[in-house]
Design a protein around this ligand. Structure first.
Ligand code: SF4
Ligand code: SF4
Length: 69
């Protein structure tokens, strides 16, 4: 694991940009809703994350934090 990704679920608007941008394809919409009625993105396999930060850079809602480990 090269980084820790934290999704601020309440900010996610389910646009899917981060899902498309992740080279490892480890982001997906969660099966539940946040308080605004969107499926927040979740990470499926933190071990695979390279820490590239593309998800953080593309998110228009600043809902993703990437912390290098
Ligand atoms: S930091 Fe890179 S590899 Fe990790 S979840 Fe974000 S886009 Fe995917
Ligand atoms: S880019 Fe941001 S707002 Fe869009 S789905 Fe990903 S976390 Fe949610």
């Amino acid at each position: 694991m090269k980084a820790k990704v934290h999704i601020i679920e309440s900010l996610c608007k389910e646009c899917g940009y981060c899902i498309g941008a992740c080279p490892k394809k480890i982001l997906e919409p969660a099966p539940y809703y946040n308080q605004n009625g969107f499926h927040p993105v979740r990470i499926t396999n933190m071990e695979e994350c390279t820490g590239c930060s593309l998800c953080y850079q593309i998110c228009p809602e600043i809902a993703i934090e990437v912390q290098k480990t």
